[in-house]
Design a binder for this molecule. Sequence first.
Ligand SMILES: [Zn+2]
Length: 264
Amino acid sequence: MNKLSVLTVPAFNDNYLWLIHNGTYAVAVDPGDAGPIMAALDAHKLSLAAILLTHHHADHVGGVEKLLQHINTADFQLPVYGPRSENIAGVTDPLSEGDEVHIAQLPLTCRVIDVPGHTSGHIAYMAPEQNWLFCGDTLFAGGCGRLFEGTPAQMVSSLGKLSALPDSTLVYCAHEYTLGNLRFALAAEPGNLALQERIVTEQEKRAKNLPTVPSTIALEKATNPFLRHREPSILEGLLESGRIRTSEPVAAFAALREWKNQFK
Ligand SMILES: [Zn+2]
């Protein structure tokens, strides 16, 4: 059985935990809460083969200890992959850019990309065969993560790596923040027709309680202001409102991020 699928596991208010599986074995991405993961494993009769972590925040790693208690035995230790430069309890396989993860049971191969900014050691996992990106709190549908530990220049570089992935890449981010992000995107770029269309489409999904995630790299490049901070249509607004004085890309990105932090 080679065909892999991704199960959406909602948790807390607006988190998405992900289970990549082949019908028998599963890999959990950012299991912030063990309960919903164990319920999904039971419901779909899946055995957990590994855990992938993107960064150290509690809503991404909070379920690891309980999952290990539940699954580890004298003969089997669940591999836990995570960022090399973040000190996360339970990680057995620390990773940084250039490393590859191989999960034999599925089988699944992921490339590791360093994406500092939201946290200083944040990593993302790209499954090239499937064109799936698991990017934690770095790139969101219509937005990006707050800069808790990194600098605007780091985040610009990190988002640049993700936007260089194939257009058809499915973007599995970790939160349902999309409608709020797109409201801000429209303020930043009111004339963007693709953005206006996307807002209608995503509102329809949310009205039916459907997730707006995954999105695609193509859609993010067309509508996400944090990937579009070099576009004249965004720069003009930032210049006119006095948020920036020059069109320097990192300054424009920083001004967008700061504006979004205050945006109601
Ligand atoms: Zn986070």
